[in-house]
Design a protein around this ligand. Structure first.
Ligand code: AMP
Ligand code: GLY
Length: 418
């Protein structure tokens, strides 16, 4: 089969790396891809959000299957457009991807179907939002309704900070259209766990749990990022917690989407908080998490293509998906200054040595005019290692990363330790 993967970050590198191992894949392309993806797939210079160009290219080049990985093209309806032109595609339709693209929608869904989550209210008027913040007090969480690169969430420790967040989103339009509606919700506390699940519209199959590290600096301090590292499985996700999540959250969510006429086919991302009152949903995403994907797919034994096809075809219940009984760690090496401002174009060294004991997924790299690999984004690499247990996996990821360097390289020293 000729397969096209849409996207160009560490997540897409991990997906391409795994698909390239499938004997059924006879050709692999990635658009736009990056410097590392080019080692396993042919990169195609089309932006991930350019639905029209992507569909045209996939048709002209006779792709048998298209895997849409990032949130934006899913929300824009790229899967719908591929299917409408006769190209089978993996990922939710825009109708179902709205579970990530609109927090007002997802909070409403959870309310209507009694799925545990933080208490909330939605607002379109700034004065009302400000008044609600005063009334509720701090800490309190302010979220832009739409997609904001994972940065449209402010966990405010004071009323003043919350008011400022409301103003920045609604008056200053810091996140553009994403901020014209807001959700303001109760601040929950407890360990966070990610569970990714393959879904085929009707059935769901959970992957091993994982844990992201969203803050830029050690000790979970500093600004929120796309994710600075991930481990799998999460030590907090006990069999009892897993049972509660399945009963109260996972199955009800899949059933709710189906009942709403928005059957979910793709990867459903459950961002969970294990509160004193039980597990609650922090957020849903309509795709693999990044960097969780790198850690989790490192543990997959089965053929990923079979699974993605089963999700698309509604036959997930017929598959027996196998995982290594091991642990994994993905350590993100970022550009100094990320997630604020940073420089690009620095040469990267040490990848070969690191690759002897870990898989180095590329997030933001490209080849320059001389063919050297250089930095090309905030998150640059995801050094991913497996081990018999979490300690072994974490140690292996750090040992491999020690070989790599580029100017102003920044990474957390405590992935998997907090
Ligand atoms: P989100 O983009 O919705 O995942 O939010 C980003 C991060 O903000 C989450 O990973 C949590 O750490 C934090 N967060 C979001 N909502 C809440 C909440 N209601 N209570 C506490 N922390 C939250
Ligand atoms: N790692 C969080 C996300 O992908 O949204």
């Amino acid at each position: 089969m000729k397969v096209l993967v849409v996207g160009g970050g560490g997540r897409e590198h991990a997906i391409c790396w795994k698909l390239a191992q499938s004997p059924q894949v006879t050709g692999l392309w990635c658009a736009p891809g990056n410097g590392g993806i080019a080692d396993v797939a042919q990169c195609v210079d089309i932006a991930a959000t350019d639905v029209e160009a992507m569909v045209r290219w996939a048709g002209e080049n006779a792709m048998d299957f298209v895997v849409v990985a990032p949130d934006d093209p899913l929300a824009l309806g790229m899967v719908d457009a591929m299917e409408a032109s006769g190209i089978p595609a993996f990922g939710p339709t825009a109708d179902a991807a709205i579970i990530e693209a609109s927090k007002v929608f997802s909070k409403g869904l959870m309310e209507n179907y009694h799925i545990p989550t933080a208490r909330y209210r939605a607002f379109t008027q700034m004065e009302q939002a400000l008044a609600y913040v005063e009334e509720q007090g701090a800490p309190i969480v302010v979220k832009a309704d739409g997609l904001a690169l994972g940065k449209g969430v402010v966990v405010a420790q004071s009323v003043q900070e919350a008011r400022q967040a409301v103003r920045e989103m609604m008056a200053d339009k810091k996140f553009g259209q994403a901020g014209t509606r807001l959700v303001i919700e109760e601040c929950m506390t407890g360990p966070e766990v990610t569970v990714l699940a393959f879904c085929d519209g009707e059935h769901l199959c959970c992957m091993p749990s994982s844990q992201d590290h969203k803050r830029a600096y050690d000790g979970n301090r500093g600004p929120n990022t796309g994710g600075m590292g991930a481990i799998s499985p999460s030590p907090n996700y006990t069999p009892e917690v897993a049972r509660q999540c399945m009963e109260q959250i996972f199955l009800p969510t899949v059933a709710a989407l189906k009942a709403e006429g928005r059957p979910f086919r793709g990867v459903l991302y459950f961002g969970l908080m294990l509160t004193a009152e039980g597990p609650k949903v922090v957020e849903y995403n309509a795709r693999f998490g990044d960097p969780e994907c790198q850690a989790v797919l490192s543990l997959l034994e089965s053929d990923l293509l079979d699974i993605l096809l089963a999700c698309r075809n509604g036959t997930l219940d017929r598959l027996d998906i196998r995982w290594k009984q091991q642990a994994s760690c993905c350590l993100v090496l970022a550009s100094g200054g990320y997630p604020l401002s940073y420089q690009k174009g620095y040469p990267i060294s040490g990848l070969e040595r690191a690759g002897e004991t870990a898989v180095v997924f590329h997030a933001g790299t490209r080849r320059d005019e001389q063919g050297r690999l250089v930095t090309n984004g905030g998150r640059v690499l995801g050094v991913t290692a497996t081990g018999a247990d979490l300690d072994a996996a974490i140690d292996a990821a750090y040992a491999a990363a020690a070989h790599i360097s580029f100017q102003d390289m920044h990474f957390r020293r405590d992935i998997g330790r907090v």
